[in-house]
Write a protein of this length. Structure first.
Length: 50
């Protein structure tokens, strides 16, 4: 997951990768895990619910 996050920083945001062990990376990974809690891997998530 950290590699994908850094890919977004570098390519999508035209920025620099962050250390995979940094508190910022841990916070991003924790947040993503929280958002996906209870959602099966590969599940389609309905849009327009939020």
């Amino acid at each position: 997951m950290e590699e994908r996050i850094n890919g977004c920083f570098e390519r999508s945001m035209n920025g620099k990768a962050i250390d995979v062990n940094s508190k910022e990376m841990r916070a991003i990974v924790t947040y993503i895990k929280h958002l996906s809690r209870g959602i099966p891997v590969g599940a389609r998530i309905p849009t327009g619910l939020y």
